[in-house]
Design a binder for this molecule. Structure first.
Ligand code: HEM
Length: 387
């Protein structure tokens, strides 16, 4: 941010014919992610090149696609994006999500019941991970016994995902994840139930609105996006609150502050550090920089969310802050579909933890808590606590 709002950087993929830029401040970040005509999420629409790592679909054409290698809403423009998003948007409206609240509360309580007597737990393993994976799995109709495997795939994929050709082990995880999902869809075709996957299958068959590839890509996206980042919000959020106990004290005194605390934790240091890269569809001037058609722009969420011209004392956590707009869920057409669900899960996760374990404290020195950074997310591998 100190260098400027739009900063030229070496192309992270090593491509010599495409300049890359970092967008560090809020106004320019908004301009890029809300201008869907001049900036696309799909570079192949400009020059035919697929830079999302195509080793899964190209080397083995029989392998089912996934959200990353196939055609998921995250990486397509209009009109395909609108069509795909509309098919699932009803399941993520604030109103529908609110109807899930009692069940989410039950899941949170069940998880804490299991550790209550122990006096210690690993927040990540025992709470932050299982809560969102169980919620999204119940919505989709993923069997309980398969959920641990989904977490393994998602974690490995999040960690290893790269633009450009995938590392062989990530390609393998993507392929296994795609194959598993294709089999799950096949099972549900024969035994439909009252769940989102069965509904999507029916839409695909009845109205011909969804190809098989899009269906598998969609389900893998919902599983992956539906828990990885939310787990990180609960894990890192708990750490930040324990690390700055004055906030924890305020929250305990007034739990009606939890929703605003969730919003501030998202702004201050949320799980998404950048949105997916955007590509200029034409020559554009942005903050005095000449962006050429095809150039890549990395919009840094974490930096824009600390833009001093938008947030007073931007570098400080303030759980009572009135936030007008932040970038933690992105903005524009690709703004996070699951934001209402993530907010509700965050609300329940923190409120329940504070209510049931009011004397919660770190179980290891703060210096030993290690953050993991992936392509565009951040989280903790583990967070031992005592209570
Ligand atoms: C998109 C963050 C939870 C599903 C996004 C984007 C961000 C984001 C930044 C925009 C990416 C871009 O513009 O390139 C987060 C964070 C979460 C969270 C920080 C938790 C704290 C969820 C949940 C779901 C979900 C619970 C549930 C399924 C999606 C989907 C998209 C998306 C489907 C693609 C939307 C589109 O392209 O139209 N998310 N997300 N996310 N998120 Fe989330």
């Amino acid at each position: 941010r100190a260098i400027g709002p739009v900063v030229s950087i070496p192309n992270p993929l090593g491509e010599t014919d495409r300049q890359a830029w970092m967008v560090t401040q809020m106004d320019e970040a908004m301009q890029v992610i809300k201008d869907h005509t001049r900036f696309t999420v799909d570079p192949s629409s400009i020059d035919g090149r697929n830079i999302r790592g195509n080793s899964v679909s190209n080397d083995d054409s029989s392998a089912p696609s996934t959200f990353f290698t196939g055609k998921s809403m995250l990486f397509v423009d209009e009109p395909d994006h609108r069509r795909l998003r509309k098919l699932v948007s009803k399941a993520f409206t604030p109103r529908y999500v609110e109807s899930l609240r009692p069940r989410v509360q039950e899941i949170a309580d069940e998880l804490l019941d299991q550790v209550q007597e122990q006096g210690e737990m690993d927040i990540v393993k025992d709470y932050a991970y299982p809560l969102p994976i169980n919620v999204i799995s119940e919505m989709l109709g993923v069997p309980q016994s398969d959920r641990p495997q989904l977490q393994v795939w998602s974690g490995a994929i999040a960690e290893g995902l790269g633009w450009g050709r995938q590392e062989p082990d990530v390609a393998k995880h993507l392929r296994d994840f795609g194959e598993y999902t294709a089999k799950l869809v096949d099972d549900k075709r024969h035994n439909p139930a009252d769940d989102l996957i069965s509904q999507l299958i029916a839409v695909g068959e009845d109205e011909d609105q969804l190809t098989e590839e899009e269906l598998i890509s969609m389900i893998t996206l919902l599983i992956f996006a539906g828990h990885e980042t939310t787990s990180n919000l609960i894990g890192t959020g708990t750490f930040m609150l324990l690390d700055q106990p004055e906030h924890l004290k305020k929250l305990k005194a007034d739990t009606s502050l939890v929703p605003s605390a969730v919003e501030e934790l998202l702004r201050y240091n949320g799980p998404a550090t950048s949105v997916g890269p955007r590509f200029a569809t034409e020559d554009v001037e942005l903050a005095g920089q000449q962006i050429k058609k095809g150039d890549m722009l990395l919009v840094l969420v974490k930096s824009a969310n600390r833009d001093e011209s938008k947030f007073a004392q931007a570098e400080e956590l303030d759980i009572t802050r009135k936030i007008n707009r932040h970038l933690a869920f992105g903005q524009g057409l690709h703004m996070c579909l699951g934001a209402p669900l993530a907010r509700m899960e965050g609300d329940i996760a923190f409120s329940t933890l504070l209510r049931r374990m009011p004397d919660l404290q770190l179980g290891i020195p703060r210096e030993n808590v290690t953050w993991q950074f992936t392509l565009s997310t951040q989280g903790l591998d583990s967070l031992p606590v005592k209570f």
